[in-house]
Write a protein that binds this ligand. Structure first.
Ligand code: SAH
Length: 472
């Protein structure tokens, strides 16, 4: 492109000054921004420009000239091919710092909020503390490996045998995998055994290109606290040939398996599950705990994938809610009721709302499972249900929101500002929409008391945080 300080195909020395939300190094060449995968802040690198836009471009790393002290060798042998993790070349300590900084940068740039210890960008007073919002260090894991409780593994064939692993980055080519270092060991073990048994029984894998073959995905779930394992075979077709031999093989090799399910998905889609699930053997659900609360996990139900850090995240939310036993609490975007039930242990009455009907039915079952009677769940959009509750006279002391990446619906924020609860606890998985929403609440009369980032997904770029807002 004419007029730009760099050209496609040319090599330049770039100074890496930051890290993008995708985990790429943010490089500068003659004042122009280039995203460089694999480069880290503080490094200098020879890069080759691959792709240009008006304001920025993408370059590949040719050679590191100066290395960051935070650079480490990835532990995983398939790190580059897989793409599931983006930060294995960065030390864990540094990852936690980077994640905190991403939250800070979003609050300052998008929220125009003043953060303690940070230069302000024309920020207006945003906090009840004149020094600005306190953003705590990221709460990380003592052992940041093997944290996932769920594996969803696509199956294919190679030289007549079954393979199962992951899609090569940016493609749908399946690469066989023996272990994934962020998965619980039980999940790796189950996948390996299922591969063996399937191959022995002559099961064919589904092919996306031809739409033929049977086995599409193997989904494995493990309860960290209970040790219970569920195996779900997702097939293209309603029958599994030699199902009894599958079951016997799995039970013999894997005594921790409590549930073997069959999900049928005959559609040509990359959505993993189809609509119909049958229990082939054992229980329909497995159980796990977050803190003292017990949850039933079915083949399809959503459950947080890092149970250890979920307890840390919800513990922070509970702390910020500052419940004394009599409060009315609303949990908007409640999923299967995980946060609601966690809060119900200390609240007077909890109201949970969630748009997915199935999740609400799980939430109700989970309340029953724990003998909790002070929770009420309703299916529907939070921005519609909360005003209905308001009309019915519900007056929350605390509102907790845990929205999807796109953040809170503006109508929900408006209702919160009308209801004026003493505290709002915001659990966020997207720092940019968080910053946008906090701005609205600050303008509406709330002060951001504090922010705690929590690392739910070590070695990946995802950042979660919990925010306490207090009515002024
Ligand atoms: N708090 C839960 C789930 C949070 S994920 C947990 O920790 O497990 C966000 C949830 O918001 C999803 O379950 C999604 O289905 C739900 N959701 C999305 N849009 C919504 C809306 N407009 N109203 C209510 N829930 C919504």
């Amino acid at each position: 492109m004419a007029g730009l300080p760099v050209q496609i195909g040319q090599q330049y020395e770039a100074e890496i000054i930051g890290i993008s939300h995708d985990g790429e190094g943010v490089g500068r060449v003659n004042g122009f921004t280039l995203f460089v995968a694999g480069a880290l802040p503080g490094e200098r690198a020879l890069v080759r420009v691959g792709h240009l836009k008006k304001q920025y471009g993408y370059a590949t790393l040719v050679e590191l000239i100066e290395k960051s002290a935070d650079r480490i060798a990835p532990d995983c042998v398939i790190y580059d091919e897989c793409g599931g993790c983006q930060l294995q070349h960065l030390s864990y300590e540094a990852q936690l710092r980077v994640k905190r900084q991403q939250v800070v940068d979003n609050l300052v740039r998008i929220g125009k909020l003043a953060v303690a210890g940070e230069p302000t960008l024309g920020a207006s007073p945003s906090s009840s503390f004149s020094e600005g919002i306190v953003v705590h260090p990221t709460l990380g894991m003592n052992d940041p490996w093997r944290y996932r409780n769920k594996a969803q593994v696509p199956f294919g064939e190679e030289r007549g045998g079954l393979i199962g692993g992951f899609y090569a980055q940016g493609s749908h080519r399946i690469i066989d995998m023996e272990e994934c270092l962020i998965q619980h060991e039980a999940n790796d073990e189950v996948v390996a055994r299922v591969k063996e048994i399937g191959s022995r029984l002559g099961i064919r894998a589904y092919s996306e290109e031809t739409g033929t073959g049977l086995l599409r995905h193997v989904v494995v779930k493990v309860g960290f606290r209970t040790g219970e394992v569920m195996v779900v075979l997702v097939t293209n077709g309603t029958e599994i040939p030699r199902a009894d031999e599958w079951i016997a093989g799995i039970r013999e090799a894997l005594p921790a398996v409590k549930s073997i399910c069959h999900n049928i998905n005959v559609r040509q889609t990359n959505v993993i599950f189809g609509d119909e699930t049958r229990t082939l053997w054992g229980s329909e659900v497995i159980y796990d705990y977050i803190g003292e609360v017990k949850f039933a996990i079915s083949a399809r139900s959503f459950f947080q994938v890092n149970p250890v850090q979920t307890e840390v995240l919800y513990g922070k939310a509970l702390e910020y809610a500052a419940l004394t036993g009599g409060e009315t609490v609303v949990d908007a975007y409640c999923g299967i009721g995980t946060i609601s039930l966690f809060l119900a242990q200390r609240a007077g009455q909890v109201y949970g709302v969630e748009i997915v009907e199935e999740a609400i039915s799980d939430a109700r079952k989970n309340a029953e499972l724990n003998g909790m009677t002070n929770v009420h769940f309703e299916a529907g959009p939070a921005e519609v249900v909360l005003p209905e509750w308001t009309r019915q006279g519900v007056r929350p002391d605390v509102i907790v929101v845990d929205p999807p990446r796109k953040g809170c619906d503006p109508a929900l924020l408006a209702t919160i500002l009308e209801l004026r609860p003493r505290r709002v606890v915001y659990v966020s998985c997207s720092a940019s929409t968080l910053a946008r929403d906090l701005r609205v609440l600050v303008d509406g009369g709330y002060g951001v008391a504090e922010v705690t980032p929590v690392d739910m997904f070590p070695w990946t770029v995802h950042v979660e945080s919990v925010i306490l807002m207090v009515r002024k």
